[in-house]
Design a protein around this ligand. Structure first.
Ligand SMILES: Nc1ncnc2c1ncn2[C@@H]1O[C@H](COP(=O)(O)OP(=O)(O)OP(=O)(O)O)[C@@H](O)[C@H]1O
Ligand SMILES: [Mg+2]
Length: 222
């Protein structure tokens, strides 16, 4: 489903060069939960940004669903980011003045989904991530971190993306809640047939994944 070949990202600032991602090749089948682990600065977030087309590679291929995203035009890339990928961040990144339900409906709005279908899917997803109904109308600030991350995951799933990219999704949560969120991601990878790639510092979480990639100085070491 996802295959990366000889992917490299180099940053230049003045005279110094940083090879943040160094000639990485890997592949992840559809519906699998994979983790990326590695020390701070090892290139995890950079790799995720490349996979999500938030940044362009210096070299290499990123084949998603048979198409090389490194070669796509900018307008195709907008469509790719909107409809093929879901993002989950450490800091949830929910829109503060929208309710839980409205946050989940938002990506479908951009995709032009009709009002009724949008609401039904958002409610279904919020139920799937385990948010209780009385909280659907609440704004993020009146919900716990774990609940906010559940909503962010529901939002990431809204347009049925092929791939979910999660950067430290449990980084702001206590370890028990973090575990629940990871179990949830694993369950969703199965039922929504979505490939999930999660960056984590937590060895325990990484071990939960079907495939585990370890980065060191931009290189894949395991
Ligand atoms: N936009 C940028 N410009 C220049 N250098 C960058 C840029 N983004 C990242 N880097 C460098 O690339 C390397 C990898 O950074 P990256 O953010 O991918 O690490 P990380 O593994 O996600 O670390 P952390 O665990 O701290 O989040 C680091 O040396 C970083 O300083
Ligand atoms: Mg990072």
């Amino acid at each position: 489903m996802l295959s990366v070949k000889n992917l490299t990202k180099q940053f230049k600032s003045g005279d110094t060069k940083v090879v943040a991602v160094n000639n990485i090749s890997l592949s992840v089948p559809q519906g699998i939960f994979a983790s990326i682990i590695g020390k701070s600065g090892s290139g995890k977030s950079t790799l995720l940004s490349l996979l999500g087309a938030l940044d362009k590679p210096s070299a290499g291929e990123i084949i998603v669903d048979g198409r090389d995203i490194a070669k796509m035009s900018d307008s195709r890339l907008i469509d790719y980011r909107r409809n093929k990928i879901g993002f989950v961040f450490q800091s949830y990144n929910l829109i503060p003045n929208l309710s839980a339900l409205e946050n989940v409906m938002l990506p479908m709005e951009f995709a032009g989904v009709k009002a009724k279908a949008k609401r039904l899917r958002a409610e279904k997803l919020l139920r799937e991530v385990g948010l209780t109904k009385e909280k659907f109308a609440r704004k993020p600030t009146r919900l716990s971190g774990g609940e906010q991350q559940r909503i962010a995951i529901a939002r990431a799933l809204a347009n049925s993306p092929k791939l979910i990219l999660a950067d430290e999704p449990t980084g702001n949560l206590d370890s028990a809640t973090g575990k629940i969120i990871i179990e949830l991601l694993k369950k969703l990878a199965k039922i929504e047939k979505t490939t999930i790639i999660a960056v984590t510092h937590d060895q325990g979480i990484a071990h939960e994944a079907k495939i585990k990639f370890t980065l060191k100085d931009g290189k894949l070491v395991a």
